[in-house]
Design a protein around this ligand. Sequence first.
Ligand code: ARG
Length: 327
Amino acid sequence: MKGKVILAYSGGLDTSAAVKWIAEKYDMEVITLTADVGNEKDFSALQKKALKIGAKKALVVDAKEILVKYFIYPALQADAIYEGQYPLATALTRPLIAKVMADAARQEGAQAVAHGCTGKGNDQVRFEVSLAALAPELKIIAPAREWGMNREQTMEYARKRGIPVPTTIASPYSTDENLWGKSIECGVLEDPWAEPPEEIYTWTKPVQDTPKEPLYLEISFDRGLPTAIDGVELDGIELIRRLNTVAGEHGVGRIDHLENRLVGIKSREIYEAPAAAVLLKAHLALESMTLSKQQMRFKERVAQEYADLIYNGLWFTSLHQDLAAYV
Ligand code: ARG
């Protein structure tokens, strides 16, 4: 064994295969780490699965509060929306997960960290830029980028090693969820002319199934942060969850975005983000009453810079500190 590696673990096929692949290829001890970012997984089942596949340890870190307080709320105060559409749910968790991984690596005395991203997306960049800023001494391993297997081959690899593979025809969609929203891509969605099939939506109702009566919600803010719904004070996690449920029930928060990725390609992604849609709108409305015309013009430009910075994985940078100071 040549040392230890902390693997960001989702429990899916790629990261499960990675547990074995890293042990075989690098002869390292694998410690999996799963961050609870409000995606409602069965974390103890995930831990058992990781250990059964061969992980030496399976860590689960509850990161919901940190996510809300240090990532979602600053983004909300900045009005950060990428290309006028995407509230950045996935993008906001990557620097957070990188931080949790760097902390775990130091605690466990690991020499490397690993993630399951492929070479096509934004997330590999976000993880690696954040890790380079926080813990430049760590080696980064990216199995899904290094192993050169397609999905079929990965399944075959997993089957041969007794790793549980979903028996039903796997969903063609790739999804990612946390408190701030759900991201859905692949399958038929890759054709930007195709209307997204109803089956992809799990957080929001189609308009024909929403309640007949509209719903009014009164959201209280204190210094730019939401504190209560209809006079009932709620902590950030509860407030966001509640808005996801209620606004989703009313069909609010579906976003269809053909976005410009950081790696230079365009890609179509669908988002469901009811709470983010409501809170960003409410926050902008609040600013329309409290900021001067000149401040509003300038804030728009700061908001766009801030959104690009989050999207591009530049959370842990000095420019971010500058922009945050203005916000
Ligand atoms: N395009 C979004 C981003 O770069 C989401 C990426 C993850 N999406 C997914 N379906 N796994 O932030």
